[in-house]
Design a protein around this ligand. Structure first.
Ligand SMILES: C[S@@+](CC[C@H](N)C(=O)[O-])C[C@H]1O[C@@H](n2cnc3c(N)ncnc32)[C@H](O)[C@@H]1O
Length: 254
């Protein structure tokens, strides 16, 4: 990652010098490529990871809505180069997976890979300003946003638009680094040590790249994120009775 951080320095210096307005820059392309293709997180996006982190949520969604079905539609919001979307499509072969992102190069790469590998249950769509295409209205049982919520410059619009594409009773799963909002608690805490520097070069600037430039980044933290989700009219869910009071990677809400 260090060469990627080094390439960010000129942009970072420029936006930090700007005293007249809050400004950032979009997620650096090389960081996106690394996240989507080369990130060595074998435990993160593979089948075991889906079994542990996504399967219980799908089960809970089915039970909650008294649905007896084997197929469902999943939206991977902020899919980047599509590592998670392809894992989902490969695992849930009878279901449809859509990946959407603001980054055109990532969406093009996803489409080409789907075509090359003859994946018929995966689709990619570039979105602008968080607006969902009409074809996605009321379509999804589950929305997943992996490492995305804290990156958004305008999360209010995105959360409102989720309502238009979710089926009634649909669930959202946000995977986000489990950092405390109270930064005193992050001292000596490994997840904070790992993720906060990354955020300074990529997540925080992206969250200031467009109006209203909310400027969250990973430092936003878990406690305030839960309050924020509820302030948008969603209910945070404790899957299988988990304790949602302490920072977790996975936040599920409906
Ligand atoms: C940290 S990357 C995560 C990518 C992917 N979900 C993963 O886990 O590898 C954040 C993603 O959010 C996307 N993104 C940022 N702002 C966005 C917005 N306003 N609308 C849609 N996608 C956005 C970025 O382009 C990027 O692909």
């Amino acid at each position: 990652m260090l060469p990627i951080f080094a390439e960010c320095f000129p942009d970072l210096e420029q936006v930090m010098k700007n005293k007249t307005e809050n400004k950032g820059y979009p997620f650096p392309q090389k960081a996106l490529v690394w996240e989507g293709q080369y990130k060595d997180l074998s435990s993160f996006h593979d089948v075991t990871w889906l079994e542990d982190n996504v399967k219980p949520v799908i089960k809970s969604y089915f039970n909650d809505n008294k649905i007896n079905a084997e197929t469902f539609n999943i939206l991977d919001f902020g899919c980047g180069y599509g590592k998670l979307a392809f894992s989902l499509a490969k695992t849930y072969t009878n279901s449809l997976v859509w990946g959407v992102d603001i980054d055109e190069a990532a969406i093009d790469a996803g489409r080409k890979k789907a075509q090359k590998n003859s994946c018929s249950n995966i689709f990619f769509e570039k979105i602008v300003d968080g607006n969902m295409p009409d074809v996605l209205k009321d379509k999804f049982d589950i929305i997943i946003m992996a490492d995305v919520l804290h990156d958004l410059p305008d999360p209010n619009t995105i959360m409102a638009n989720f309502r238009t594409v979710l089926k009634p009773g649909g669930y959202v799963i946000a995977f986000d680094p489990p950092i405390y909002t109270d930064h005193k608690k992050n001292v000596g805490y490994n997840d904070a040590i790992d993720f906060m520097p990354y955020s300074v070069f990529t997540c925080l600037p992206n969250s200031m790249s467009e109006r209203p430039a909310i400027g969250h980044g990973i430092g936003w933290g878990y406690e305030d994120k839960l309050k924020y989700i509820e302030s948008q009219g969603f209910q945070v869910l404790a899957i299988d009775g988990e304790d949602v009071k302490f920072p977790k990677w996975r936040i599920v809400f409906k």
